[in-house]
Design a binder for this molecule. Structure first.
Ligand SMILES: Nc1ncnc2c1ncn2[C@@H]1O[C@H](COP(=O)(O)OP(=O)(O)OP(=O)(O)O)[C@@H](O)[C@H]1O
Length: 235
């Protein structure tokens, strides 16, 4: 499947008084793209703009030609979002209800079949009917991912999904992400997670500082962070 085209077109966006993005343009057309940058660089805001969860003040974001902030019905079909904390994402008390929510536009039998198929894909059939409360943090993260996958979006955007996961759960999640047919836009401080990616964007104060394959961008990013850590006073 050819990767989708995600086009940030001359965006201007100010989450507060100070502008974060000014005339920001970027076209992504790779299967797996990572975004790195310091705290406050604008990564999460970029992700929210990519998913149409916020609208730019000027300019537009188009995914496969769809204006993602304004054509919301189409946007929901095209892009799924995974946030850092599954507790902020999950709204229903059971696994089935959570997975069914994004499928409520489908006939019931079709929605149920999709839920079954995704649970089977991840060998989680016993989770049918299970209370969300009984799942661990990593299991809830997987539930969020399964709920998004059941909706069959073309692009999945993830905001620091590995944070707070133990090593095994993190590796499992990364394996799941590696094998997804969907395109992935992954914001993270977990640089190793991006090792096999097609492209990495280094964002700094709302601008692209470096853009290329992980083996170019990540070493440069690490070297710069080390230099800054040496130069800047301790907290
Ligand atoms: N709701 C908001 N209101 C005002 N300013 C905001 C809001 N959300 C983000 N900002 C500002 O936008 C800038 C970018 O924030 P963003 O969350 O995108 O950074 P980030 O790169 O994801 O950082 P981190 O690595 O800490 O998660 C920051 O200066 C932040 O203070």
């Amino acid at each position: 499947m050819a990767p989708v085209t995600l086009d940030f077109k001359s965006l201007t966006y100010s989450p507060s008084d100070a502008p974060l993005f000014t005339g920001f343009s970027l076209t992504l057309q790779q299967h797996r793209v990572g975004v790195v940058g310091r705290n406050g660089a604008g990564k999460s805001q970029l992700l929210r703009l990519a998913a149409g969860l916020i609208a730019p003040d000027q300019g537009e974001v188009r995914l496969e030609g769809v204006d993602i902030a304004r054509q919301r019905a189409r946007a929901i079909e095209l892009v799924g979002v995974i946030f850092q904390n599954p507790d902020h994402q999950i709204i229903f008390p059971t696994v089935d209800e959570e997975m069914g929510f994004g499928l409520r536009h489908l006939p019931k039998a079709e929605a149920e079949a999709r839920i079954d198929a995704v649970l089977a894909q991840f060998q989680r059939q016993p989770w049918r009917g299970r209370a969300v409360q009984s799942l661990s943090h990593g299991q809830k993260q997987l539930l969020c991912l399964m709920a998004v996958i059941a909706m069959q979006p073309k692009l999945i955007v993830l905001d620091e999904p590995t944070s707070g996961l133990d090593l095994v759960t993190r590796l499992r999640l990364l394996r799941v992400l590696r094998d997804l047919p969907q395109d992935v836009l992954h914001v993270t401080h977990d640089l190793e997670a991006l090792a096999g990616y097609d492209r990495v964007i280094w964002l700094d104060r709302g601008q692209v500082l470096l853009d290329g394959p992980p083996n170019t961008v990540l070493p440069a990013y690490i070297a710069d962070m080390q230099e800054r850590a040496d130069a800047e006073p301790d907290h």
